[in-house]
Design a protein around this ligand. Structure first.
Ligand code: ASP
Ligand code: MG
Length: 404
């Protein structure tokens, strides 16, 4: 008997009918003879509403209290799914993250999993129960409830799949799988049958709707992840570490991330230690800096531009402005309305011409490129946010992603 770990996202458990639908799916998986552990997210937009509520009470709610509050969202859906299964005559038990044995560090609201004790889950499974686990949460060694960061029910599911030595981790969501581009932007986008961990991680980091940490973890333990719809019966996309991927496009997909702001420090003196003095204080306040571009200097002065998420832009500017002044830079400017469009594919490695093809496609669509960054398997252009739909469509066509 194999163990299957499934995860159902917020939209899949958004109301009572959908919860019954999910219970039906979980039940049918068990009927096929497997032991099932199902991780659930909070119903619909519950987490967003809880965050709003907290901010009506306090401008800066304590992270520890925030975690106890947010953890309730997943507890609600978890208990309801267990009830729906029991109502259908199937033995089931709901467990909080802590009860399921998920241990974390004490970094409230963005805790990291430090260990997993699968004993309780195994006991429940051996007694014939379906186990429903509240996603996105764990507990510290001091028995405080933590959450693992937005979207982290995926991470819970992958971690449990690894800890329970499951055959695979199945992620049920409101789309049918991973597409060559967001189908809302590109009607011809195709669902991929499979994709490698590396490519999926780049797509997730650059805008695809999957939690990057969960892909990283799955890759580290070579745990295959199947992404499919909880609403329709259709084959999904298998994310895995295999290499049975010949005969396919060299570009796997196009991703867009609209949450981008840039900050430019003008007239920075060119001497050792300047970059460190700008970026250390940002790291200290927890602002993560993404693309960094610094030109070679002309007359020992250079401009230095970097991007952050729009949410971090204000804080980043507050930190950087005084430093810029103290090192004798000319000033700082920022822009909020930017986005990243990326093409990703392992096939681009050591193959010339992809960057040029991307720049030409954007040029022909009349789109100005603000910044460019690359990895071995990704090319990213930073463009005006309003241009995202056109940019994604132009790239999808240029790299012939609508063709099998
Ligand atoms: N409910 C949490 C969130 O909305 C976790 C999740 O959905 O995965 O971020
Ligand atoms: Mg959610």
């Amino acid at each position: 008997m194999a163990i299957i770990v499934q995860k159902y996202g917020g939209s899949s458990v958004a109301d009572a009918d959908r919860i019954k639908n999910v219970a039906g799916r979980i039940g049918r998986t068990q009927e096929r003879g497997d032991q099932v552990v199902a991780v659930v997210s909070a119903m619909g937009d519950t987490t967003d509403h809880l965050i709003e509520l907290a901010h009506k009470i306090s401008a800066a709610p304590a992270p520890r209290e925030m975690d106890l509050l947010l953890s309730t969202g997943e507890l609600v859906s978890c208990a309801l799914v267990a009830m729906a299964l029991q109502q259908g005559g199937r033995p089931a038990v709901s467990l909080s993250g802590g009860q399921a044995g998920i241990r974390t560090d004490a970094a409230h609201t963005r805790a990291r999993i430090s260990g997993l004790d699968p004993g309780r889950i195994h006991r429940e499974l051996d007694q014939g129960n379906i186990v429903i686990v509240a996603g996105f949460q764990g507990v510290t060694d001091g028995a405080d409830v933590t959450t693992l960061g937005r979207g982290a029910s995926d991470l819970t599911a992958v971690a449990l799949a690894i800890g329970l030595k499951a055959q695979r981790c199945e992620i049920y969501t409101d789309v049918e799988g991973i597409y060559t581009a967001d189908p809302r932007l590109v009607p011809q986008a195709r669902k991929l049958k499979e994709i490698g961990f590396e490519e999926m991680l780049e797509l997730a980091n650059y805008g695809a709707k999957m939690q990057p940490r969960s892909i990283e973890l799955a890759a580290a333990y070579n745990m295959p992840v199947l992404v499919c719809s909880s609403f329709v019966e259709a084959p999904g996309t298998l994310i895995h570490g295999g290499t049975a991927m010949e005969n396919r496009n060299k570009v796997a997909g196009v991703a867009a991330d609209r949450n981008v702001a840039k900050i430019t420090v003008l007239g920075v003196p060119d001497r050792p230690g300047i970059a460190a003095s700008l970026f250390e204080p940002l790291a200290k306040v927890g602002v993560s800096v993404d693309t960094i571009v610094q030109n070679s200097s002309v007359e020992r002065l250079t401009d230095l531009t970097f991007t952050v998420t729009r949410t971090d832009a204000k804080r980043a500017l507050e930190v950087v402005e005084p430093v810029a002044k103290s090192i004798g830079a000319k000033g700082c400017v920022s822009a909020q309305d930017l986005a990243k469009v990326s093409v990703v594919g392992t096939g681009m490695q050591n193959a010339p011409g992809y960057a040029a093809a991307m720049f030409r496609a954007l040029y022909e669509a009349g789109i100005n490129i603000e910044m460019i960054t690359t990895s071995e398997i990704r090319i990213t252009c930073i463009v005006n946010e309003a241009k995202v739909p056109e940019a994604v469509r132009a790239l999808h066509t240029a790299f012939q992603l609508d063709k099998e």
